[in-house]
Design a protein around this ligand. Structure first.
Ligand code: PLP
Length: 395
C-alpha cells in the first residue's frame, strides 16, 4: 500500500526540477470525464488516430513466432540499423554509417540522452519556445540554464537563424532544433537552415540536437530540410527520429538517432545501463515499416492534409481567433488573444464545459501564452463537432 503522506527518504533535489507533459494529464482528465458519461472529443494528444498499418503489425507477430524473444545488440539489430542508414542516405542524398545509428525505445529517449550528456550547472542549452515540453524539463533536471529561442507567429512559426545565433554564448553546449515542429506546425525553410548552419561555423563548441520526428509530415509538396544534409556540422549533430508519428506507432516505443562519433560511446553505454535493447519484435516491425510499402503513410498524410484545411478555415471563422496554416506535423496553433481568454483557462473551460480537449499554449513555454494547440489527429467528423462546440462556447 502507498502511504498517503510522503515520509522517508526522498529523491535527490534534481527531481523537484523535472517537469511533465501536460498532454498526458489532459488525456487522463478527458478519460475520467468520458468515464463519467460525458461526450469528450480529444484534440489534445499528439498521436495519429490511425492503427499501425497491418503489414507492420504482421512483421512483429512473425518475429514473435520466429522466436525473437531475447536480447538484441544494445544499439539495435544490424539489419535495422543498416536499413535506417540506407533510408536516410536515400532521402537526404547523403551518406550515413550504420554504426552511427542507435535504435532506442522512443524518440524521447534520444532527447533525454542528448540533454543529459550536455547539461550541467553553468552550461546553457537553447531550445524552441513554444516547443516540446520535455526539452525544458530535462534541461532543468540537469542543472543547466534553459535559454528559450522564441518561435514567432510573425515568422510562420519557423526558426529565425539570426535570432537563434544571437542567443549563443561561450557557455552554450547544445542547440535544439525542431522542424516540422510541435506544437506550432512550423517548418523552417531552407534559407534559414542554410543561414543557421553557416552561422554555427563561428560556434564550433555547440552541439546540435535536431528533432526531426515529423520529417515526413509536411504539406503542399514541400521538401523537408534535414540538418543531416549539411556535412559541415555532422561531427556535432545528433539527429532524432523514430516511427511513432509517421507509422502511427506511438505505443510501440521505437525511435532512432544518428550520433556523431564523439557521443557514440556514451549513448552505447547509456543504453547498456538503462534499457539494454528495444524489444526484439518491435525492431522487426520497424524494419518492415521502413523497407515495406509506404502507401499507408501517404494515405494518412492525405487525411491529415484534408483535416488541416478544415481546421484552419473553421478556426479562422471564429471571432477573436486567427490561425496560421501549419506547414507540417498535425497541429494547429490558433491565436486566441482576441477572445479575451487566457490560454490555459480557455483550454480548461473547453474541456470541462464544452467537452473538447485541447492544450493551452503556455504548456509549451512562456511564448505560448495567447495560443491553443489543436491536434487534428482525429476524424473529420469529430473535428467539425469539436469546432462547433468551441464556436458555440466562445459565442
Ligand atoms: N519530439 C517531438 C517534437 C514530439 O512531438 C514527440 C512526441 O510527441 C517526440 C519527440 C517523442 O516521440 P516518441 O513518442 O517516439 O518518444
Amino acid at each position: 500500500m502507498t502511504p498517503s503522506v510522503a515520509t522517508g527518504p526522498r529523491p535527490i533535489a534534481a527531481f523537484d526540477r523535472i517537469g511533465e507533459e501536460n498532454a498526458f494529464a489532459v488525456l487522463a482528465r478527458a478519460g475520467a470525464l468520458a468515464a463519467q458519461g460525458k461526450d469528450i472529443i480529444n484534440l489534445g494528444i499528439g498521436q495519429p488516430d490511425f492503427p499501425t498499418p497491418a503489414h507492420i503489425v504482421e512483421a512483429a507477430v512473425r518475429a514473435m513466432r520466429d522466436g525473437h524473444h531475447g536480447y538484441t545488440p544494445s544499439n539495435g539489430i544490424p539489419e535495422l540499423r543498416e536499413a535506417v542508414a540506407d533510408n536516410l542516405a536515400n532521402r537526404y542524398n547523403t551518406s550515413v554509417d550504420a554504426e552511427s545509428v542507435v535504435i532506442v525505445p522512443g524518440g524521447k529517449v534520444t532527447m533525454f540522452a542528448a540533454i543529459l550528456m550536455s547539461g550541467e550547472p553553468g552550461a546553457e542549452i537553447l531550445y524552441p519556445d513554444p516547443g516540446f515540453p520535455i526539452y525544458r524539463s530535462m534541461i532543468e533536471f540537469t542543472g543547466a540554464t534553459p535559454v528559450p529561442v522564441p518561435i514567432r507567429e510573425a515568422n510562420d512559426f519557423a526558426f529565425s537563424a539570426s535570432e537563434t545565433l544571437s542567443l549563443i554564448t561561450p557557455a552554450t553546449r547544445l542547440l535544439i532544433i525542431n522542424s516540422p515542429a510541435n506544437p506550432c506546425g512550423g517548418v523552417t525553410p531552407r534559407r534559414e537552415m542554410d543561414a543557421l548552419v553557416a552561422g554555427l561555423a563561428n560556434h564550433p563548441h555547440v552541439a546540435i540536437l535536431s528533432d526531426e520526428i515529423y520529417d515526413q509530415m509536411i504539406y503542399d509538396g514541400e521538401q523537408h530540410v534535414s540538418l543531416l544534409s549539411y556535412p559541415e556540422i555532422r561531427d556535432r549533430l545528433i539527429l532524432l527520429n523514430g516511427w511513432s508519428k509517421t507509422y502511427a506507432m506511438t505505443g510501440w516505443r521505437l525511435g532512432y538517432a544518428v550520433w556523431p562519433p564523439s557521443f557514440l560511446d556514451a549513448i552505447r553505454k547509456l543504453g547498456v545501463n538503462c534499457w539494454s535493447c528495444v524489444n526484439a519484435p518491435s525492431q522487426f516491425a520497424a524494419l518492415e515499416a521502413i523497407t515495406g510499402p509506404q502507401d499507408a503513410v501517404h494515405g494518412m498524410m492525405a487525411a491529415f492534409a484534408e483535416r488541416r484545411e478544415v481546421v484552419v478555415a473553421r478556426l479562422n471563422s471564429i471571432p477573436g481567433v486567427s490561425c496560421v496554416t501549419p506547414r507540417g506535423a498535425f497541429y494547429a496553433f490558433p491565436n486566441i488573444q482576441g477572445t479575451g481568454w487566457q490560454a490555459k483557462a480557455l483550454a480548461n473551460a473547453l474541456l470541462e464545459d464544452a467537452g473538447v480537449a485541447t492544450i493551452g499554449g503556455p504548456d509549451f513555454g512562456i511564448h505560448g501564452e495567447g495560443y491553443l494547440r489543436i491536434s487534428y489527429a482525429n476524424s473529420l467528423e469529430n473535428i467539425e463537432r469539436a469546432i462547433d462546440r468551441i464556436q458555440a462556447f466562445l459565442a
